[in-house]
Write a protein that binds this ligand. Sequence first.
Ligand SMILES: *Cc1c(COP(=O)(O)O)cnc(C)c1O
Length: 389
Amino acid sequence: MHDDASSPSEWSPETLAVAAGRPPRTPDAPVNPALELTSTFVASTEPGARGYARFANPTWEALEAVLALLEAAHPSSGGGARAFASGMAAVSAVLEQVPVGGLVIAPEGAYNTTLGLLDHLEAKGRLRQRRVQPADTAAVQAALEGASPGDLLWLESPTNPLLEVADLPALCAAARAAGVRSCVDNTFATPLVQQPLELGADVVVHSVTKYLAGHSDVVLGAVVARDPGLLAELTRHRTLTGSIPGPFEAWLALRGVRTLHLRVERSQASAAELARRLSTHPAVARVRHPSLPSDPGHERAKAQMRGFGSVVSIEVRGGAAAATAVQDGVRLWLPATSLGGVESLVERRRRHPLEPVVVPEELLRLSVGVEDVEDLWSDLDAALTASQR
Ligand SMILES: *Cc1c(COP(=O)(O)O)cnc(C)c1O
């Protein structure tokens, strides 16, 4: 059991990341939750008994307690988090709440597999979708006019990999007024930088794989909400479909969350510094990062985020070939997909056939890690310069 009661909601997220989800402090108790490897539990007639390990697991519960508090979905007022086998399992659990034939309004540029899943479900007749430019508040509001209660507004902000910033308070309020549930994929920002539920969203999803776990050694997802009825439906979906996390993955993710604030602080600072330097690099045609005063999302990000995130996207002069040369030319940055780990990664996103065509061919997504920023800069600068020869 974790000790929610000793994690007051007035503590800052930085403190909660460290202090929440620990066992009760009884004499000689362990300070960390155990890695519970069991497929079943001794039969019990107590209410809420776990019963079988597809229904519940104490190691998941410790992680879920911390994620709920970080996203301001305090369990004492009915809120909570549910861990899933992957970020996509979490996305899928939320989409499954849309009634058959219902409408999902989604960004035209967002995480490619979320959009791929929407296409797949639409092709099977499971739901309808409408793609909008998420930074265009009026366009999203217009799309909501054609929506009915039960439909879903799907947002990601900043978006992967275009780093577009949606006006979350305005859009979540418009969705609520239309009787439409809003869900924000908060993977890029993390709850330390942005709390969508506080900004009016109904549901938050995370690829825990990324910043929350933070060490590129786990695939895991989570959904966070304040509505106990929705949480019960999400739990039912997880139990029925078996989209459950492994206990070891949950344990590793919680270990990662303990240093989330330190990692995010460092990588955000480095990302802003690299964005600033890249914006005058002769090999770079465009830098996308909301920290830049010239970025279209800058003012909005300042209003709704505590920082600007640690992913920077750049468009390399010379097209896809030059961008690929940068990806192949770095020695410290790792040429790999994914993001949010301690190590810096670089990837040309359009190498994936599923990547939306609104993403330029020459776009490189940079996931800035926690290495020395000068080492990151000199490696990237050398590969960019070499790409122009
Ligand atoms: C990676 C990612 C996902 C999917 O998460 P997995 O853990 O890989 O299933 C969803 N949304 C965003 C924004 C992501 O970056």
